[in-house]
Design a protein around this ligand. Structure first.
Ligand code: HEC
Ligand code: HEC
Length: 505
């Protein structure tokens, strides 16, 4: 009897077990595999703060990240929208692998595995790192924290907008290119993940292109510049076509971001070109928007590492690259002390000075007003709503009426000069506006140690075409910062001495 029962029960038992496996265990197992694969949110981290600055995440990959292999494939899929080969042609900086080839992603991009796919997006270093060369046939030195003088931001945005609108932005063209480059996608990636990712990315970039179509209507910024606060207006969904045209065409030079501590201690300076914010941390979070982050996606812990590092990061000395004539520089020191030190501070004394970190009214400084006018009261009010409900809600943005008197640390690497980068060299800045170059080229990393600035009279080199900046174009005006107080009336010998002294900063 027992045996009989057992014989009857056991097939049922087996069936029950199979059913359990099919309905519970197997889905749970698949679920776990999927979760492991698609539920991940892991940024690639670097122990060294320097590597973190170059390649670490600020959180932008969450919303904006390009799937790694799509990022790699696009320059080959849409070469017609790039000025040359690869992202290099947009002036992005690549480090070398030990075998001499370029690293797979440029300085200023970070990676994160999110929702089952490796994603790439830009970080702070995209706009705050560049290269400098002492001779045309010498290798470039990568300098962290200097303005990204070769990076063409507008070209970068337009490349993705145009490529996404191109019929070739499809799995039929992108997948074979990924394969050609050695992207060894597994079956799930090839048939499910990447085809979906391509479709999603295309939709997202096109939607963004629709919002940013204002960018296409702007005059070229050229390398090293971005229209900072008009870009911010787009993020706030301002009705761009209804704004006062005088707010537009406001390209701003990328600034250097080393030595932030002196901008915070002993007193907080008014910073950004127009001095619209006084706190370093808020500026950093605001800057993080430039890296695609939003209040829910910002990676505060990792941004904190960048903040900590730029506090005391130092610019490289001019004298590590070129000679300085110390006796001539010594003649320049008292001239600087007399004319410039109150507004710009003195090197060696942490750049303190009576007016350093305050705003010089436009009526007195007289430089191009577009950047100032682009930052409006309405925008300031909108920024004050950012991070509402968080302890780090923005509270320090304000509308100002001039440009900030800033420390001149690492000055030699900050060319071209003024907030719109409209004056190619220090020597040119000491001339009255009428005698400054009316047009010049931006984007070359070859340095001119005599005029103190990048070589700006060459239209092309190394297969790269440079950007011709025309100072008569709105937003590019090279006037202002002139008159006795600004050194433009000094004798030629005094100017030479002053420039030599400025090399020591
Ligand atoms: C898209 C390019 C871009 C990216 C990316 C970017 N910045 Fe900037 N940054 C700028 C520009 C342009 C300004 C000057 C803004 C202005 O006043 O018009 C600036 C200004 C700053 C300043 C103020 C400098 C001064 O002396 O006034 C700091 C500090 C800064 N950025 C830090 C960062 C940090 C930290 C990140 C990353 C979280 C970052 N930036 C990402 C372009 C960028
Ligand atoms: C009354 C204050 C004041 C005085 C005096 C002054 N400057 Fe300036 N300087 C400014 C302001 C404000 C700016 C920013 C203007 C802009 O970008 O539109 C500036 C910008 C600069 C820049 C460009 C910095 C950059 O990163 O592009 C340099 C270089 C400079 N000044 C050098 C000097 C020298 C040298 C002297 C003395 C001969 C001098 N300044 C005197 C206020 C002053």
């Amino acid at each position: 009897m027992n045996e009989e029962l057992q014989q009857k029960a056991s097939p049922w038992k087996r069936r029950f077990l199979i059913l359990c496996v099919l309905t519970i265990a197997l889905p749970a197992f698949i679920g776990m595999v999927m979760l492991r694969r698609f539920g991940s949110d892991v940024a690639v981290d670097y122990a060294s703060p320097v590597e973190h600055f170059k390649y670490g995440s600020t959180g932008g990959e969450h919303e904006m990240g390009f799937p790694y292999w799509i990022w790699r494939a696009l320059p080959e899929v849409c070469p017609q929208y790039l000025p040359g080969k690869g992202y290099q042609s947009l002036g992005m900086v690549y480090e070398k692998n030990p075998d001499g080839s370029d690293r797979d992603v440029p300085v200023g991009t970070s990676m994160r595995r999110f929702q089952g796919i490796d994603r790439v997006f830009v970080n702070c270093a995209a706009c705050h790192v560049s290269t400098v060369r002492t001779a045309a046939d010498k290798p470039a030195t990568i300098v962290l924290g200097m303005p990204a003088a070769t990076f063409n931001m507008k070209g970068f945005e337009e490349f993705f907008f145009r490529c996404a609108a191109d019929p070739k932005f499809s799995k039929e063209y992108i997948l074979p290119e990924i394969e050609r480059q050695g992207g060894d996608l597994d079956l799930l990636d090839r048939y499910v993940v990447y085809p979906i990712a391509i479709a999603i990315m295309r939709d997202r970039v096109l939607a963004l292109a629709g919002r940013f179509d204002w960018v296409f209507k702007q005059r070229e910024w050229g390398p090293g510049r971005v229209d900072t606060f008009n870009s911010a207006k787009v993020i706030f969904n301002f009705p761009m076509s209804h704004l006062d045209p005088k707010e537009f065409d406001a390209p701003a030079d990328f600034p250097s971001i080393w030595r932030q501590r002196q901008r915070k201690e002993p007193k907080e300076m008014q910073l950004h070109w127009d001095g619209n914010n006084t706190t370093v941390e808020e500026r950093n979070k605001s800057a993080a928007f430039g890296t695609g982050t939003t209040p829910p996606t910002i990676d505060l812990a990792r941004i904190r590492r960048v903040e900590d590092w730029i506090m005391d990061a130092q610019p490289p000395a001019f004298s590590d690259f070129f000679a300085i004539d110390r006796s001539i520089a010594a003649q320049g020191a008292p001239i600087y002390q007399k004319y410039c030190a109150d507004c710009h501070g003195v090197s060696g004394s942490d750049f303190t000075g009576k007016y350093v970190g305050t705003v010089e009214p436009l009526a007195r400084i007289g430089t191009d007003r577009r950047r100032l006018d682009s930052y409006t009261y309405t925008l300031a009010v909108n920024q004050a709503t950012l991070y509402a409900g968080y302890p780090w809600r923005f509270t320090h943005f304000q509308k100002t009426h001039g440009y900030a008197n800033m420390p001149l640390d690492g000055l030699w690497l900050r060319a071209p000069y003024l907030h719109n980068g409209s004056v190619p060299s220090l020597r040119d800045l000491l001339e009255p506006a009428a005698k400054r170059p009316k047009t010049f080229y931006r984007g070359y990393d070859l340095y001119d140690p005599v005029k103190v600035g990048f070589v700006s009279n060459v239209a092309a080199a190394d297969g790269k075409k440079f950007f011709r900046l025309d100072t008569s174009v709105p937003g590019n005006g090279n006037g202002g910062h002139e008159g006795k107080a600004y050194g433009t009336e000094l004798s030629p010998a005094e100017k030479t001495a002053l420039v030599e002294f400025l090399k020591t900063f």
